[in-house]
Design a binder for this molecule. Sequence first.
Ligand code: AMP
Ligand code: MG
Length: 278
Amino acid sequence: MSADHSISDVLRVDPDGGAIIPGIDPAGTPGVRDRETAEAAQAGIAERLHSLQERLFVEGTRSVLVVLQAMDTGGKDGTIEHVFGTMNPAGVDVAAFKKPTEEERAHHFLWRIERRLPGPGQLMIFNRSHYEDVLVVRVHSLVPEDVWSGRYDEINAFEAKIAAAGTRVVKCFLHISYDEQRERLLARLDDPDKHWKFNEADIDERARWADYQAAYEDVIRRCSTDLAPWYVIPADRKWYRNWAVASLLAETLEEMDPSYPRPVLDIDALKTRLAPPH
Ligand code: AMP
Ligand code: MG
């Protein structure tokens, strides 16, 4: 990535234009020349990420929240493994949001989210998120429309509040095609080691593809804000997806520029104390 094209500018969506998702090719590779270039850059990006995340952790004041959303097989787990697996686990955590428990259902939809927000210095990854409450919930009419339709504004207010409290919010929609999802589901069936990942309910969800795409379109249009932007990551090619999310995160952390604390140390006195015994 050359310095004159920031990946966040390349992937950031414009909510004021026409339809967003239909204009983005899931097999596209914006911002990088080819696979070889992306793969050659991975080690360097991982090193940058490792050092930046360490600085965030020891600075201990601000935090980062990465929200990952995707259709089934979209690559959330693979992204977490590749992009975040090289960081120091002491400062990194993952929260997966599934079908709400009975206890969770008894609370406001943001209750379970608030409990997993990153603490100072932490980098938190959400594998699914509060956005499910305007995605699956909308597609399946799990609550009345007048309830879910009010949630976009609630989410924007919530994210503005956490951003103001020192959390950088980065939201990534891993965008795969209908055909690629079929390939990935078939690949799971063809590999006995992947059968555990196969969920027949994913085929029912797949039948509602268009409804989900429309729901995602509204999420991105209504909830991509300056404080908490949405990025649409073309995700049919795993090498591109990994490169893009890693680059985006490295760039975001570089912009935050976390710094090591600089305590005042009397270096000479401390070295004298460490002098070898006579
Ligand atoms: P997985 O990510 O494959 O383990 O599946 C988790 C499932 O939980 C997905 O089918 C989600 O749509 C579902 N889920 C997550 N959040 C909610 C929610 N707020 N309401 C209903 N279902 C949800
Ligand atoms: Mg699933």
